[in-house]
Write a protein that binds this ligand. Sequence first.
Ligand code: NDP
Length: 487
Amino acid sequence: MRAQPVASHYIDGAYAEDAAGDPFDSIYPATGEVIARLHSATPAIIERAVESAARAQTQWAALRPVERGRVLRRAADLIMARNRELSELETLDTGKPLQETLVADATSGAEALEFFGGIAPTINGEIIPLGGDFAYTKRVPLGVCVGIGAWNYPTQIACWKAAPALACGNAMVFKPSETTPLCALKIAEILTEAGAPAGLFNVVQGLGPVGAALATHPRVAKVSLTGSVPTGRKVYAAAAEGMKHVTMELGGKSPLIVFDDADVEDAVGGAMLGNFYSTGQVCSNGTRVFVQAGIRDRFLARLAERTAAIRIGDPMDEDVQLGPVVSAAQHAKVMNYIQIGKAEGAECLVGGGLPRVQGFEGGFWVEPTVFTRVQDQMTIAREEIFGPVMAVLDFEDEDEVIARANGTDFGLSAGVFTGDLARAHRVADRLQAGTLWINAYNLAPVEVPFGGSKMSGVGRENSRAAIEHYTEIKSVYVGTGPVESAY
Ligand code: NDP
């Protein structure tokens, strides 16, 4: 098979298999062909992974931070050197076009390892003078952390979770989505090659129950999930039972607001990036595009033109801009939302159908689709679709659009396009979201905190902010004089 790994899991510095686990197939979304067959983790595999991570963590946390950082930076270099191979695997795993994966996946993972490798030696506590006596604090690792990934960014998610966790002195057991099981195994291999102790980053495969077994394991101190809100609720509740730390990177239905004075080409480009990149399978997508009345016609004309020109096809062809969605199930879900959009009275401006891609008839293709005349209460304006489906809503003034943009339980991201600087900052201030873009969309460099408010999540990934979520503070009080005891 085209992408068969050495074995299903990676534990204690080597590939591991337990054929007693339920078998499952990895499918190339562009053709529907089975490219690998793996086994879900058995309880014995889960136990081995957690035990070896616990052993490695003790050894790893005892190293000087600068040595830990060096391993992560070496891993970043190895990833960059193997970018093409890793990008091709990412394309096989997800169906995303190589044009994207070459610049947005392994490269983003490498940057996370480089960034957190660099700041590992700076993770310090503080000294608190107390008039003679004093106290100091240390940031100590949590122990064994579990990462649970979604299928849209299998390499990036593994690295975004592993890099800060490892930099802080933790070990990680990572469970990829069973839809995209292949890429995280390569990251585990590379970390071993870079000098990480055996067991520091283990990968175990499986569906939800494997994730649930990890999230409730008594030796696990923290769970970091990227996925949907319903799964987030379950995992957060399960982790609370064991008083474990959590990071929850969940879904959204983010607003992108285009004011009359915006640059039309930039706003159209931003809206397209925020709806069609990765075939629309990005948590932070701006799927509710609010367009002010005065720019509406010009915006829609260019949007229709540019969307119709998107090149769909063989994801391995670097000229291709849009691949299939990730699975047959996701395809059915997205097509169902398109039907609902039409049935509820939205107007389909572009797309809405199934493209025929010659030679790839078994793939999970969806035309990039734009709905106009969308109303706030319509299903396609309220629920996360996770496919290349943009909803355009009309608005008249600033107060109105802010109230409507905030009228959702989600709060992951938001965007505003305008030529008026004061308005840009005023609107960004009033929008309820963890990440906002002004005259840009969907850029998430590692230097900037990323995460959601409201139902979209808890905690932040990337930047120094992530350090707080992979350490806890230990306070040490130092007495320097005689003990003044009342007894
Ligand atoms: P889920 O949220 O269901 O899954 C995310 C991860 O959690 C997967 O690895 C999954 O395993 C695992 N998981 C599922 N149930 C549990 C559990 N009880 N305990 C621990 N881990 C669990 O996302 P899906 O992949 O099923 O996608 C469903 C929808 O979620 C999409 O259509 C999309 O709308 C949304 N989504 C949002 C993402 C975002 O970043 N906002 C990312 C991906 C999806 P497994 O999948 O192997 O069963």
